[in-house]
Design a protein around this ligand. Structure first.
Ligand code: NDP
Length: 310
């Protein structure tokens, strides 16, 4: 990870007592956060809509608040990890947010994060949005690679950075409160495409005498080998030259795409996961970009582009 990432193991408690934290939400992720802060000695006040889930954490030293407003009143640093943005608004409706530092680790869209920031600031709170790049077992586990993307109030981020770095690494992505969600959703969207490809690949071999467990290592190493292509794509996007550093041109890839589709048909596998991407490549080829890389399809995806078709 880069220099602006503070990993959980790189923060020592030092001589300062661990800061008290309020956590709203004791779902799978909220519970993992509470446990990580408790394990590092932070006093934690927790609230959950269904009290039993929060009460289970009392045995681990957390203080259980009866209402979200009571939990918010308990500590300056308030971390929300609820189902969605609407839930955050509903839970905090009656809470006194003036003077509070609200860190929202609930997954949402960039626009929701920006609106929630304005909403919190209008109530006198500082606001930081976060996108958790981890699953609960990675939280509070040094070396797990877990990190949280943060954007919004830089002052809040710096002031609470040591506490924020306890459950996962911290990565600052900008003052725009929508940027954490933007980065989070962009990464998840890429993952979604990868999982779609993995599902298609397993569907192709499924009815043959190929063991999924024999195929899986090939698949993992192939995806890993292809991953660095993102750096070539970034270079092409920044230079505006989609012909720079091309190793497999678009015309060849479209021809290869026909083989992928024919193989799906031969194997009796639906091509519904493959077709949308391959159709985009064909459209870009028809616009005369055969000698370039595939990166230019981002232009076809841009609905604000002049003459864009959806
Ligand atoms: P869970 O489904 O386990 O927990 C959801 C939480 O939201 C619970 O505390 C639940 O309370 C609360 N909640 C749901 N609806 C309401 C409501 N109407 N009013 C008040 N509280 C409500 O989800 P997670 O803990 O896994 O996820 C929490 C957030 O973390 C989500 O935004 C998720 O996207 C994000 N996240 C989760 C990851 C994961 O792998 N789990 C990974 C990265 C991000 P109750 O117990 O009463 O139902």
């Amino acid at each position: 990870m880069s220099d602006n990432v503070l990993s959980p193991s790189s923060v020592s408690a030092g001589s300062v007592s661990p800061a008290p934290v309020t956590v709203l939400g004791a779902g799978a992720m909220g519970t993992a956060l509470v446990r990580a802060w408790r394990a590092a000695g932070h006093p934690v006040t927790v609230w959950n809509r269904t009290p039993a889930r929060a009460e289970a954490l009392a045995a681990e030293g957390a203080t259980v608040a009866r209402t979200a407003a009571e939990a918010v009143a308990a500590n300056r640093l308030v971390v929300a990890c609820l189902l969605d943005d609407a839930t955050v608004g509903a839970a905090l409706e009656d809470a006194g947010l003036a003077g509070r530092d609200l860190v929202n680790l609930t997954t949402g869209t960039p626009a929701q994060a920006r609106a929630r920031a304005a909403w919190a600031e209008a109530r006198g709170a500082r606001f930081l949005d976060g996108g958790i790049m981890a699953v609960p077992p990675m939280i509070g586990t040094p070396g797990s690679g877990a990190y949280v993307l943060y954007s919004g109030s830089r002052a809040l981020f710096e002031e609470h950075r040591a506490a924020l770095a306890v459950p996962a690494g911290t990565r600052w992505v900008g003052a725009d409160p929508g940027f954490a969600a933007l980065h989070d959703v962009a990464l998840l969207s890429a993952m979604s495409g990868m999982f779609a490809g993995v599902a298609h690949a397993f569907a192709l071999i499924r009815r043959e005498d190929v063991a999924p467990k024999d195929f899986a290592p090939l698949l993992a190493s192939w995806l890993t080998a292809m991953a660095p292509h993102v750096h070539t794509a970034a270079d092409q996007l920044e230079s505006g030259d989609y012909g720079r550093g091309v190793v497999s041109n678009l015309a060849m890839q479209v021809a290869g795409g026909a083989t992928l589709l024919r193989t799906a048909e031969e194997q009796g596998v639906s091509a519904e996961l493959l077709t949308p991407y391959l159709r985009l490549l064909e459209r870009w080829l028809a616009e005369g970009h055969g000698a370039e890389d595939t990166t230019g399809v981002v232009e076809l995806l841009d609905l604000r582009r002049d003459g864009a078709r959806s």
